[in-house]
Design a protein. Structure first.
Length: 113
C-alpha cells in the first residue's frame, strides 16, 4: 500500500543450538510475517523453528506459549529460507529452535509488520 511502512525485527539471530529466544512485544499492526533463514559451513543440515505466541501478561514457562507456525529448513552452504504470515494480534511472540543439525549450522528468524 502506498505510504505504508514495513519494519522488521530479529527474533532469533544466528542461533546455533536448540531453545527459545527472548519474547518480543510487537506494537501496532496485527498483520505480521515471519521468515527463517539458515546455513551450514559445509555439507547438509536441517532446522525446525517454531513461531510461538502468548497473551499471558508475563509468560515465564513453556506452557504459557502456543505454537503459531512451524518452519522447516533444509540447510546447506547456500542460505535457505522459509516463511509464513499471521493476521492475528498476540501480545507476545518468540522464536524457538526445536531442532538444528549440520556443520556450524545457524538460523535467524525475522518478524515483519
Amino acid at each position: 500500500m502506498k505510504g505504508q511502512s514495513i519494519s522488521s525485527v530479529k527474533l532469533l539471530d544466528a542461533v546455533i543450538a536448540t531453545g527459545a529466544g527472548p519474547r518480543h512485544t510487537p506494537k501496532g499492526a496485527t498483520n505480521r510475517t515471519f521468515q527463517a533463514t539458515g546455513t551450514t559451513s559445509a555439507g547438509a543440515g536441517a532446522a525446525t523453528i517454531k513461531v510461538q505466541v502468548s497473551n499471558v501478561e508475563t509468560p515465564t514457562v513453556d506452557g504459557d506459549w502456543i505454537d503459531l507456525a512451524t518452519l522447516s529448513l533444509t540447510l546447506g552452504v547456500t542460505q535457505t529460507t522459509s516463511g509464513t504470515n499471521s493476521d492475528q494480534a498476540w501480545r507476545h511472540v518468540r522464536g524457538n529452535v526445536t531442532a538444528i543439525s549440520g556443520t556450524d549450522a545457524t538460523v535467524t528468524l525475522w518478524m515483519g509488520a
